[in-house]
Write a protein that binds this ligand. Structure first.
Ligand SMILES: *Cc1c(COP(=O)(O)O)cnc(C)c1O
Length: 232
């Protein structure tokens, strides 16, 4: 892996473009979310200068600190980690996307806080698509009720679904999981309306973004390939 972040960043842009070409898709359909968790602000700032806009953190406190220390109006901040409803109040004043909503209760809390801040927050509903016991995301059977509850919100805009594939070194093993997420999206398209649209599919990370793009991802969340290995 090249040492400096600029060349790693160019390499990941290349991977996305190549994957799109292979899949017959337009690279402009893909939003790259740079996952900066545990990495210093200096690297985030360097990427912002390069033109990167979307950044993701998986811990509420880390996101809060990042949004506080990097005051940049053009950056779009994403929360991508396990969402606890009592942490929403710490991010509602600035977060742009919460990718990991899996309960109606969290939707209601986001609505309350976004309304108080008089702003809109984009949301993805996280669906459990992996076979692992440590489940993250809602059960697919819960999707319908969650999407219906979201239709009448005003400050909370559902934009699609998010999924995490099973952790494995073989991206082909997660292909059926990503495909399932797209199929759930297609299945629930009829619930679009009001504050619900389902155009986005957030799936794919460093090891499996090509497969995710082939299966219809519109957002990929990439940490390691941009920022280097993490210490945990
Ligand atoms: C850490 C993380 C990523 C990025 O993973 P890499 O393998 O480092 O690219 C993506 N999504 C979520 C939810 C994460 O926590």
């Amino acid at each position: 892996m090249p040492e400096d972040i600029q060349s790693r960043y160019r390499a990941i842009i290349n991977r996305i473009e190549t994957a799109c070409l292979d899949a017959g898709r337009d690279p402009s359909e893909i939003t790259l979310v740079a996952v900066s968790k545990t990495k210093p602000d200096s690297l985030v700032l360097e990427l912002i200068e390069t033109g990167q806009i979307h950044f993701g953190e998986n811990r509420a406190k880390a996101l809060e600190d990042r949004m506080e220390s990097i005051k940049n109006e053009t950056v779009q901040w994403h929360f991508i980690g396990t969402l606890q409803s009592n942490k929403i109040k710490y991010m509602a004043h600035r977060v742009n996307w919460i990718q990991s909503v899996h309960k109606i209760k969290a939707l209601e809390e986001i609505e309350k806080r976004a309304s108080a801040e008089n702003r809109e927050i984009n949301v993805l509903i996280q669906v459990n698509i992996s076979d692992e016991d440590q489940k993250s995301g809602c059960d697919p059977e819960e999707l319908e009720a969650i999407l219906k509850a979201a239709q009448n919100l005003n400050h909370t805009k559902v934009k699609g679904l998010m999924g995490m594939g099973t952790l494995t070194d073989d991206p082909e093993l997660v292909r059926p999981e990503f495909r399932k997420l797209r199929e759930y999206r297609d299945e629930y398209r009829h619930l679009e309306g009001g504050s619900v649209s389902l155009d986005h599919l957030s799936m794919g990370m460093t090891n499996d973004l090509e497969v995710a793009i082939q299966e219809g991802a519109t957002m990929v969340r990439v940490g390691t390939a941009i920022f280097g290995e993490r210490n945990y």
